[in-house]
Design a protein around this ligand. Structure first.
Ligand code: KG4
Ligand code: ZN
Length: 350
């Protein structure tokens, strides 16, 4: 195990400052500082507030991670950092810090793709990813289905949301129900006391006519509007809004579409492994439904534990470790913070 590379990963693409340390596939430290409370009253992440919070949290989070792993920066073989996609100012803080640490400690640096890191993190729990695999990434900013032939070389997009991301839909529906931010975990909890079959909300892009151009794409904005209309109608009629039933029915609509399309993607490509990542992968109903439906078709589902699904530094370290082991060249030291980094770019070239 000593022969495995010791890689430190820094994540600052959104509102979590994360520093993770892994040796090979073994997680040694996963230190996290979140600015989520500072955004709650705005109902969404405020980029400027997030950047400032990263600046304050980065050095202490770094120290906590090193202490937790019982290593020093000198022991580390490589530093990985999220280069994109994400909030430009937030990314800049992590990228600048990583460059500083890499220069000071004379370590190679890997600027990596946040979305590929959401896939790579699963290896910390379940070992090497069988390839090819289908990955479903569902977070606050992204909802995509990807074919992963070789994670070090890039992934092939199969489909993506054409409007809101899945996590964004959870956040918006939670806001209109007056439940707080971020909405995903609150709706997940509220749904436990509700009846998922009580209201039938629309399933976007699942009609036969959508199967041609949008078979693996998602749309959640119509669903969000349908929930808003349903709630408004109740309020206009002076009737109480059954929050738990709305939560459960909305959650069911999202999870139904996500799992149906993910399984369809596996079957159409002949792939037997589905890996789910991103914050929405923490959803309890999504995890159960994906397992149930995949089992019927002999497909194995891999979902990391909820704490590794949401943004963290361990995922960046996991991808970095994968790249080091594959002999991929480090990035150049002037690597950018690339808010629109594309999925075909797993790491910034050297
Ligand atoms: O991956 P992530 O931490 O950050 C981004 O890269 O966006 O994902 C955050 C998103 C938020 O929209 C949050 O509401 C959602 O993930 N989320 C959940 C759950 N936990 C977090 N959505 C549904 N159910 C959950 N349990
Ligand atoms: Zn993320």
């Amino acid at each position: 195990m000593r022969d495995e590379p010791l890689v430190l990963g820094i994540e600052t693409s959104c509102d979590e400052t994360g520093v993770g340390i892994v040796r090979g596939h073994t997680l040694l430290a996963d230190a996290l500082a979140s600015s989520v409370d500072q955004h709650a009253r705005f109902g969404g992440v405020v980029p400027e507030v997030a950047s400032r919070a990263h600046l304050e949290a980065l050095v202490p989070t770094m120290q906590r991670a090193l202490d937790e792993a019982g290593v020093t920066l000198a022991d580390v073989d490589a530093i990985a950092v999220t280069s994109g996609p994400g909030l430009a100012g937030a990314l800049l803080v992590g990228v600048a810090a990583a460059k500083g640490y890499a220069l000071a400690a004379e370590k190679p640096i890997y600027g990596v793709n946040h979305l590929a890191a959401h896939v790579a993190v699963d290896t910390l729990e379940h070992g090497p990813l069988p390839e090819p695999a289908v990955a479903m990434l569902v977070s606050g900013g992204h909802s995509s289905l990807l074919l992963v032939d070789d994670l070090t070389a890039g992934v092939t997009p199969l489909g993506a949301t054409i409007d809101d991301a899945a996590g964004e839909a959870f956040d918006k529906v939670a806001r209109l129900l007056g439940l707080g931010f971020p909405g995903g975990p609150i709706i997940d909890r509220s749904a436990r006391d509700g009846d998922a079959a009580s209201i039938h909300f629309p399933r976007g892009l699942t009609a036969p006519k959508d199967m041609v151009a949008h078979r693996f794409d998602f749309s959640f904005s119509g669903l969000k509007t349908a929930v808003a209309r349903w709630v408004e109608a109740r309020e206009r009629a002076g009737e109480p809004v059954p929050v738990a039933d709305v939560s459960a029915s909305f959650q069911e609509a999202v999870c139904d579409v996500l799992t149906a399309k993910a399984i369809d993607a596996c079957r159409s490509t002949g792939v037997r492994t589905l890996v789910i990542g991103g914050g929405v992968a923490a959803n309890s109903r999504l995890r159960v439904l994906a397992e149930e439906r995949a089992a019927r078709h002999g497909i194995a589902v891999r979902v990391p534990r909820p704490g590794l699904c949401t943004d963290n530094g361990a995922m960046v370290a996991a991808l970095g470790s994968h790249l080091v082991k594959a002999g991929i060249a480090p990035s150049r030291l002037d690597l950018p913070a690339d808010s629109a980094m594309g999925l075909t770019e797993v790491s910034v070239p050297g």
